[in-house]
Design a protein around this ligand. Structure first.
Ligand SMILES: [Fe+2]
Length: 195
């Protein structure tokens, strides 16, 4: 699986090249099961079309779409936070890797230690750059994440996007396969322009 092909549209939204390049590198080293896994083992959550081959990838695309919608609002100064394009990159990196530990116990919190342990693959500099985004990713399960529930604004953004995408209905009705050209992937920043 080539992440640059599968997530071409998503990766094109990054503001900084170093975050984009590192996200690609990380996706190239996630457990291979991520690319084929279905979204839900219990059948309680997630749209039905994600209970299939590559369901997790489809879910990731849908969650990413919701993330962009929430970030478009945040970029306009919603909640009075000083949300920047770099924050958006950090959230996007977090979102693209948030479910890559599928199958491992506590798959959300496992994201950070998984990447930190790969010292032969990632440089000290890269691990420093990914640390903050991975802390955002760790709490994506919200109140189902035990000790890893979201506390910061950025953690809430990523959790809410994941949560909305995991509801049974809206994901597949609105978003199709996540690659529809009509989907609006624009973030409008009063301060930084449209990205
Ligand atoms: Fe998820």
């Amino acid at each position: 699986m080539d992440p640059e092909v599968v997530f071409e549209k998503e990766l094109s939204k990054f503001y900084r090249d170093d975050y984009r390049a590192l996200t690609i590198k990380m996706l190239n080293h996630v457990p291979k099961t991520f690319w084929t896994a279905a979204s839900s083992r219990t059948g309680k959550n997630h749209p039905y079309d994600e209970y299939a081959l590559a369901g997790k990838v489809l879910h990731t695309k849908r969650a990413f779409f919701f993330l962009l919608q929430i970030m478009d609002s945040a970029a306009g100064g919603a909640f009075g936070n000083d949300f920047t394009p770099v924050n958006a990159d950090q959230c996007m990196m977090a979102m693209l890797v948030h479910d890559t530990m599928v199958g491992s116990r506590a798959h959300g919190p496992a994201v950070l230690p998984y990447f930190m342990q790969r010292t032969s693959i990632f440089t000290d500099e890269e691990r420093e750059l990914m640390k903050f985004p991975l802390k955002i990713s760790q709490t994506h399960m919200g109140r189902w994440g035990g000790n890893y529930s979201p506390r910061t604004f950025l953690q809430w953004i990523v959790h809410l996007a994941d949560f909305l995408a995991s509801r049974k209905q809206p994901g597949h009705l609105i978003l199709g396969d996540g690659d529809t050209d009509e989907l609006d992937y624009t973030i409008r920043w009063p301060k930084y322009g449209t990205i």
